[in-house]
Design a protein around this ligand. Sequence first.
Ligand code: TRP
Length: 345
Amino acid sequence: MAKKFPELVFSGVQPTGSLHLGNYLGALKRFVEMQATHDCLYCVVDLHAMTMPHDPAQLREATRAVAAAYLACGIDPKRNIVFNQSRVAEHAELTWVLNCVARVGWLNRMTQFKEKAGKDRENASAGLYDYPVLMAADILVYRATHVPVGEDQKQHLELARDIAQKFNNDFAASIAEHGHGDAFFPLPEPLIQGPATRVMSLRDGTKKMSKSDASEFASIGLTDDDDAIAQKIRRAKTDPEPLPSEAAGLKGRPEADNLVGIFAALNDETKDSVLRQFGGGQFSTFKAALADLTVAKLAPIRAEILRLRADSGEIDRVLADGAERARAIARPIMDQAKDVLGLIR
Ligand code: TRP
């Protein structure tokens, strides 16, 4: 009988650049939903943000900005644990252990490394190469079982499962001997679902929405004002056909698919039900409704982000408290891992 672990949710967002609608629909909105049914840890992964060249002052501000966005979207820091990764040294400590479990061949297959390293792979940081192992440690150091992530993180989650499995196998005898039964770590499951787990650029429906896009009209920031939101949606790229009457008709129409997906995700409905209302109609009508909906959903979030950012005291207190509670879970697990591994403590 495989050992059962209690359900625990972990997820993280990198403090790089400012957050946009894609982060909200792909991650934050799901995090908020999970808190109704699960114990959750929501981390600002500042150690991951260092894997690419970074500016210290910007990292500090971006860390607070992600924390503010968590709270503004509705994550309750009393019911959940909200913290920044670097404060809990056990993440880095377990990373070393997992580095000795993960195989170089596994890391060589990670597509995100190839994308981020670009042509000059020799010059990428060793941290960027090791990014997925740190991510596995983030999850496993709490024995988290469920991980809400966007589509693009699926491969990293599979790697985390492979690492957990190999640890459980390699040290099976010691794990049993130390009273942990047949598994030390759970195999964490990705939670990827919903109509907009991957929000695309408003200028090119085949590219992911990104703040670093050359066009400022490509993404909607969480602190954009109402006029900016409406203008960006009005200008969003479309095609000349009217909207189809069901989701199947969005195939091969990436821009239409993206806008309908955003509407569906914001309004908690399916693409089919959105198209029952707007199918056959012109984009202009649909875009006006989408702009109204987006403004209605983002305006309260923006107001709360701005309020929290005006005085970082509240954010800093939340992060300090969260780190303490996170460490209280991670430390005993790390100590047990050391015992299993034969590391004297
Ligand atoms: N790599 C994730 C991303 O870019 C962020 C992340 C870091 C994460 N550690 C994590 C997500 C652990 C889930 C669980 O989106």
